[in-house]
Design a protein around this ligand. Structure first.
Ligand code: 3PG
Length: 395
């Protein structure tokens, strides 16, 4: 795919697909990571004299104009981070958008209203893609985190205009290639989170590609129960036991070592600072539940990490939002950051809760790369083709 190195944007109208789907609570943006990571691309295009037309979805308005889902407040947020004026158009296509674009001078930035206010966005309607393409001379996609959606503003429009990857898209793709495309071996993957059922394809794909697959979080309970361990009141998916056994069998016949917990931190209630005990996986009391992995397991993971050249991390290994069940996640994160800085470990994390967990552990800045993507990162780990990326590659 082509990048900004291949584009001279001077005097050109550049349609930039961003992902401004940032977390908002009570009308306030609670995490600006996606905005901050988008800014290098906007700045570069504007400084080189492009007329930058930013479009994005926000939330899931399902084709209707939902006032609380307007991107208007995001123009201000973008302007503050960029330290330049950002205009706003009340629609992403049609006369209003066209008039606003016509007024843009070289180096100016305009934000368009939520693309999902049009039902054609999620349907990848060619008419909406054509309306977007009409606004610009070239298309730059910087929304890796929305690239798993085949929508008009991610996939459709890339087929209509000369298309390029923005700097954030480029960084995400390079990091993922370093993790799974052509990684330095051995590769360790840590997968955590609550449910096996949501990560079946991911576990299946990773067990074929990595050397060690560490399974933590509540999903490890399901694997341990499938092996016959009594898990007390622990969260687990009884209907996934057969599947869990199949995953273990498959990995055994390949060359992937699956590392399950050998000890667990248990409590009678899932509450902040609840009294805990550390027990072997054979000794979970019937009235208690596993909420974190234990110190022996952490030591086993750290031993694998010291041998590793590459780490891919998705999902916390314990209930990290509720201390003290963040202990193992925080300790492993610190080891990962240390090995990244001192031993050249290539460490890549992403997907859903992972970013929050790594930030909580205070290591996000000291890893090789932390993805800003949720679902797209997961689909990539599942080995799926992302339509937004595929469209850039064939454009
Ligand atoms: C995300 O936040 O993962 C992306 O912006 C995609 O959002 P969606 O799941 O609503 O398509």
């Amino acid at each position: 795919f082509r990048t900004l190195d291949d584009l001279d944007p001077r005097g050109k109208r550049v349609l930039l697909r961003a992902d401004l789907n940032v977390p908002v609570r009570d009308g306030r943006i609670t995490d600006r990571t996606r905005i901050e990571r988008l800014c290098p691309t906007i700045r570069e295009l504007a400084e080189k004299g492009g007329r930058v037309i930013v479009c994005s979805h926000f939330d899931r308005p399902k084709g209707k104009r939902v006032p609380e889902m307007s991107l208007r407040p995001m123009a201000e947020a973008l302007a503050a981070v960029l330290d330049r004026t950002v205009g706003f158009a009340d629609d992403c296509v049609g006369p209003e958008a066209e008039a606003a674009v016509a007024k843009l001078a070289d180096g100016e930035v305009l934000l368009l209203e939520n693309t999902r206010f049009h039902a054609g966005e999620e349907k990848n309607d060619p008419a909406l893609a054509a309306g977007l393409a009409k606004l610009a001379d070239v298309f730059v996609n910087d929304a890796f985190s929305a690239a798993h959606r085949a929508h008009a503003s991610t996939e459709g429009v890339a087929r209509l205009l000369p298309s390029y990857a923005g700097r954030l898209m480029q960084a995400e793709l390079e990091a993922l290639d370093a993790a799974l495309g052509s990684p330095k071996r051995p590769v360790v993957a840590i997968v955590g989170g609550a449910k096996v059922s949501t990560k079946l394809d991911l576990l299946g794909n990773l067990s074929k590609r990595v050397d060690v697959l560490v399974i933590g979080g509540a999903m490890a309970n399901t694997f341990l129960a499938a092996q016959g361990h009594k898990m007390g009141k622990s969260l687990q998916e009884a209907e996934m036991h057969d599947t869990a056994r199949q995953i273990l069998e498959q990995a055994k016949s390949g060359r992937c070592e699956i590392l399950l917990p050998s000890d667990l931190v248990v409590a009678a209630t899932f509450a902040e600072h609840a009294p805990t005990r550390t027990v072997g996986v054979d000794a979970v009391p019937s009235d208690m539940m596993a909420l974190d992995i234990g110190p022996d397991t952490v030591a086993a993971i750290e031993a694998r990490l010291r041998q590793a050249a590459t780490l891919v991390w998705n999902g916390p290994v314990g209930a990290f939002e509720t201390p003290p069940f963040d202990a193992a996640t925080v300790e492993i994160a610190a080891s990962v950051a240390g090995l990244t800085q001192s031993a050249g470990l290539v460490s890549i994390g992403g997907g859903g809760d992972t970013v929050a967990a790594l930030k909580h552990a205070g290591v996000a800045e000291r890893m090789t790369y932390v993805s800003a993507a949720g679902g797209a990162f997961l689909e990539w780990l599942e080995g799926k083709t992302l339509p937004g990326v595929a469209a850039l590659e064939t454009a």
